[in-house]
Design a binder for this molecule. Structure first.
Ligand code: MN3
Length: 201
């Protein structure tokens, strides 16, 4: 089954001024499309062709690096677009708000933990809020790895992911990754994070 690029669920400029339209367009139409195309190429004619993305992640150590990098890239970005949104951001609501307070003490403490995870990830990677054994935790992964992969240092179900590759922020924030990390909280779609939290528990 060939993998396809999901449509961005909002306009390229919907996350302005926090994430600029040009970054969104290149990120979705060029970077994510390339992960999809290269994943399909890497899987062509192999048994992995019949697997879902989640099945690939769970057994990723058995696949070539091209499947790990591009399958991870496809999974991570598919999640990323949905946990961002216009008219979003601010303090979390619903069950996730309560779970964040009980796991981290406060929303500010979670933000600090996520921003530190993202800022200290050397080179390219992701910061994650995950559900692990029914509880929330924060971790980060290098490159396009994610916490669903069998090779992940910290495993769990990702419910919020923040892309800290330079392609996610460089046009607007240049080298200032921490500024991008502060701004992104203005566009977090808590309804979607809640949905993923409920499903993961
Ligand atoms: Mn990216």
């Amino acid at each position: 089954m060939a993998h396809t690029l999901p449509a961005l669920p909002y306009a390229f400029d919907a996350l302005e001024p926090h994430i600029d339209a040009q970054t969104m367009q290149i990120h979705h139409d060029k970077h994510h499309q390339a992960y999809v195309d290269n994943l399909n190429k890497a899987l062509a004619g192999t048994e992995g062709e019949s697997k879902t993305l989640e099945e690939l992640m769970a057994d990723i150590s058995k696949y070539p690096m091209a499947v790990r990098n591009n399958g991870g890239g496809h999974f991570n970005h598919t999640l990323f677009w949905t946990v961002l949104g216009p008219n979003a951001g601010g303090a979390p609501t619903g069950d996730i708000a309560e779970a964040i307070n009980s796991a981290f003490g406060s929303f500010d403490a979670l933000k600090e933990k996520m921003n530190t995870a993202g800022a200290t990830r050397f080179g390219s990677g992701w910061a994650w809020l995950i559900v692990k054994d029914g509880k929330l935790d924060v971790c980060s992964t290098p490159n396009q790895d994610n916490p669903l992969m069998d090779i992940a240092e910290v495993k769990g179900t990702p419910i919020l992911g923040i892309d800290v590759w330079e392609h996610a922020y460089y046009l607007k924030y240049q080298n200032k990754r921490p500024d991008y990390l502060s701004a992104i909280w203005n566009v977090i779609n808590w309804d979607e994070v809640n949905k993923r939290f409920k499903a993961a528990r």
